[in-house]
Design a protein around this ligand. Sequence first.
Ligand code: F6R
Ligand code: MG
Ligand code: MG
Length: 372
Amino acid sequence: MKITLSVIKADTGSIGGHNRPSEAMVVKAKEQVESATANGLLTDARITFTGDDIALLMIHTKGVDNADIHKLAWDTFVETTKIAKSQGLYGAGQDLLKDAFSGNVRGMGPGSAEIEIEERPAEPFIVFAGDKCGPGVFNYPLFECFANPYHNAGLLLAPEMRAGFTFTIMDVNNTEADKIITLKVPEDYYDIATLLRDPNHFVIESVRENATGLQAAAASTSRLHNIAGKYVGKDDPVAIVRTQKTFPSTGEILSPWALAHYTLGDNRGSHHVAVMPVKQNSIISYFDGPTIISAAGYCVHEGHLTEVVDLFDQPFWDYVRNKSAEKTLAIRAQGFYGPSMAGMDELEYTGVVENLKRLDAKFILRNTIKTS
Ligand code: F6R
Ligand code: MG
Ligand code: MG
């Protein structure tokens, strides 16, 4: 059976600052997708939240970029915004950057990742959802789990993976059109590494098997920074990764997250901190962070989802969470100096730029070199 997995996620307001949506908002989102399931638009759906973002996982047969599915997501976020406003929550409607829906949520604020698949007899997959980070947060873990035998032992042990994978990578600084490049491992390994080393500029959009062309992963690529032209919240991306058999195993896909890699996000979207793998429905706290990622595992069968397995809810990840907190505290100890805070081109608030302009007028030139 051909089905589509669509994950669309947005921040439409939260309690206590940018920390979590209210229960009433989550209930409203559930009602919306349940009624779409009853009406036959969806075959199944789940609602979760990660920090201040609500994620809609929608299963259907309409294909990717379908206007009805995207409208359902947009309308749901309009409804949760209304609740946020009525409850006096902070940042109500934060990620709804346009006034009216125009066919697709891409470029309008919400993050989305979608895959159309021919269902395998057993179809396990993972939904990753991040808060206080940009889409480049997936560069390191997705490249590592598909291309590096340190994490994906299947590249050595499972003959069906030997042909490697194809990465579609987007230049997210190009706002005129989707500017993409398609490169393969193993042959283009160094070229891919050259791009992915800059996760604020080049981000993985999708991964496919070289042997079959089957899509293994999709990640959101939108940068609010580039849509709104000013800071309106961090992008808070989502990704879907299919697992097992000819794809990396669930554990191989989780393996790179044990590094708790440094990424840009956290407070005011402008600090480098270590990613913390968290349980479902975790909140934001220390320094408006840290950057968090949740991982929900499901199987889908004939368009219907199993219950969820919360993949970071296991004692191993308590150790990683502690390590992540230590790494974050280590770089936070450096305050605003050097690599602790974002570089000039990635600063999400304009204060520094305005201060520099003001100070520039006060600089004087001493010992000017005479040329005549
Ligand atoms: C980062 C984030 C927060 C806010 C910060 C200031 O993505 O959501 O760190 O940037 O709390 O928020 P405002 O500008 O809304 O007062
Ligand atoms: Mg927010
Ligand atoms: Mg958020």
